[in-house]
Design a protein around this ligand. Structure first.
Ligand code: GLC
Ligand code: CA
Length: 559
């Protein structure tokens, strides 16, 4: 089994800084605001904070377009504020992970400003420039954010590649100078004392030789770029170089975001002796039930089937066991809220279902990630109009699919967005029932979810049965029981579409975890009466064979 690394025992709490806590009344969350909430995060029991990008940025994609990697975006504060935040976090025993966004930069980054000046500029090869082909884009690649992945630049009459927004040109990792520049940025932050990185779309950095066309499902206008750029042929090599030159010199943790990677790929990148990264965010369990019309892609309208969800998670649990390490998440800033998505969004069962989902995830093998507000059971935003959305992905998708290509009508698209938009996760944190939920004294940059008077941290901290305290208990179970960290994974009844049950085994002990994913009473027998102890559950006085709506139980059998 894996060696004893601190990040295997850790629980990570993700902070989306602009939506966490405003300290100066400008309506935008900031570093000093976060600092004032460290005690809250500590109380939950998390060990590590992952901060979404806080660097200087024109903010076309909420900070994922970085113009200066060594500067703090003034709307979040100053470098001194950052240093103080890091110090105080460390004093409280909390570590901080930075978001490393190096598949692309902003078009306002110095490197790109230089690069676009002339074809012989020293920085030209920092990016991916190509001549037009038949007076068009160099290939058929589509951007993740709709439209082509190429932008023509008048000045030098070539196209540059941008897998995401136009303002996010892709770096050319083939160029050794780019890699050295990235290692320098990493050292800059590590030498300050940060505790690691979450690496944005890191499996897209190695582009296929010759940049071949991508498949076009259902005659789409642009090719499905992920099919050709994910897990490129030089990715292992680049990550090994990163590890050798930078990561191995520090006691840190790393997690790579890898859309489309399979368990086999991920074992290569994160295997306990592969000398690359510690773990990966895989996407399988959050990519279920996509639209049957492939051109509508991720926009989904169907509830996820439990058997599919179980299959996806079990596959990763089994494949990585003993070889590599999982990251466990339901939520982040790119995903709709878990209670809305996986538990029918029924207010009557919100609290119970949030605890059930938490149990399902936190008792698996891997490092759990909690996204701000998840520990309160925050829900989707239930927007009804396009004007309520802020995210470039949602707005572009509506424009392309409804207005330009007329693939769906506006009403249907609004339903897709209400289910799936990233904005569901980005509404400000709900601290209390006062104006703007205690997030800001000013005008919030993004409207609050209107349910904050009923769902907020203050009320939950006053209620011993709240979702918050349930998360606290799950986290402490992990910290106190090695079986939760290291136990293997044994799937029970994979075809059961109502209950997600599994066992973990470690040094003669067994953990039995049972989760009712329905709003009905259900009878199941996993031999739970033979266990020594009920460690945690989300109902009081529960009967041993009947599981109430969204009931969860965790049993332990001693060695
Ligand atoms: C990642 C980020 C997402 C961002 C994209 C481009 O998927 O999580 O928020 O838009 O990369 O950087
Ligand atoms: Ca502010």
């Amino acid at each position: 089994m894996a060696s004893n690394n601190w990040w295997q025992h850790a629980v990570v709490y993700q902070v989306y800084p602009r939506s966490y806590q405003d300290s100066n009344g400008d309506g935008i969350g900031d570093l000093n605001g976060l600092r004032s909430r460290l005690a809250y995060i500590k109380k939950l029991g998390a060990d590590v904070i992952w901060l979404n990008p806080i660097y200087e940025s024109p903010d076309k994609d909420n900070g994922y377009d970085i113009s200066n990697y060594r500067k703090i975006n003034p709307m979040y504060g100053t470098m001194q504020d950052f240093d103080e935040l890091l110090d105080e976090a460390h004093n409280k025993g909390l570590k901080i992970l930075m978001d490393l966004v190096v598949n692309h930069t902003s078009d306002q980054a110095e490197w790109f400003k230089e690069s676009r000046k002339s074809t012989d500029n020293k920085f030209r090869d920092y990016y991916i420039w190509r001549d037009p082909k038949n007076n068009r884009e160099p290939n058929n690649w589509g951007s993740y954010f709709s439209g082509p992945a190429w932008k023509y630049d008048e000045k030098t009459k070539q196209y540059y590649l941008h897998l995401f927004e136009e303002g996010q040109p892709d770096l050319n990792w083939e160029n050794p100078a780019v890699r050295e520049s990235v290692w320098d940025i990493m050292r800059f932050w590590l030498d300050k004392g940060v505790d690691g990185f979450r690496m944005d779309v890191i499996n897209l950095i190695s582009k296929p030789a010759g940049l071949p066309d991508a498949p076009t499902p259902d005659n789409a206008v642009y090719g499905d770029v992920q099919a050709v750029v994910a897990d490129g042929h030089r990715l292992n090599e680049f990550l090994k170089e990163m590890n050798k030159k930078v990561l191995s010199k520090y006691d840190i943790m790393t997690v790579g975001e890898m859309p489309g990677s399979t368990p086999e790929d991920v074992i290569n990148y994160t295997g306990f002796d592969s000398h690359e990264l510690n773990m990966v965010f895989q996407f399988e369990h959050v990519s279920l039930s996509p639209n049957p019309n492939k051109r509508l892609g991720k926009w989904n309208d169907q509830p996820v089937k439990l058997v599919e969800l179980k299959h996806a998670l079990s596959r990763w649990q089994k494949a990585l066991d003993g070889k590599a390490w999982n990251s466990l998440y339901w939520n982040n800033h790119d995903q709709p809220r878990a209670v809305s998505r996986f538990a029918a969004d029924d207010p009557k069962y919100r609290v119970t279902a949030a605890k059930m989902l938490a149990t399902t995830l936190h008792m698996l093998q891997g490092t759990p990630y909690v996204y701000e507000g998840e520990e309160l059971g925050m829900t989707n935003a239930h927007y009804k109009q396009l004007s309520q959305y802020e995210d470039v992905e949602a707005i572009n998708a509506y424009k392309e699919l409804v207005e330009e290509e007329k693939l769906v009508d506006g009403k249907t698209m609004l339903r897709y967005l209400a289910n799936m938009s990233r904005d569901n996760a980005r509404t400000p944190m709900q601290w209390d029932a006062s104006a703007n939920a205690g997030f800001t004294n000013g005008e919030p940059w993004f409207a609050l979810n209107s349910n904050y008077p009923e769902i907020n941290a203050k009320d939950e901290l006053a209620d011993p049965d709240s979702v918050f305290y349930y998360y606290q208990k799950l986290i402490s179970l992990r910290h106190q029981n090695d079986i939760v960290v290291y136990g293997n994974y044994e799937e029970l009844d994979p075809e059961d579409n109502e209950v997600f049950a599994y066992r973990r085994n470690y040094k003669g002990q067994t953990l039995l975890v049972i989760n009712n994913f329905t709003n009905q009473n259900i009878e199941r027998d996993y031999g739970q009466e033979t266990y020594d102890k009920l460690l945690l559950g989300n109902y009081e006085n529960s009967n041993t064979k009947i599981f109430k709506p969204y009931e969860s139980r965790i049993y332990l059998k001693k060695a």
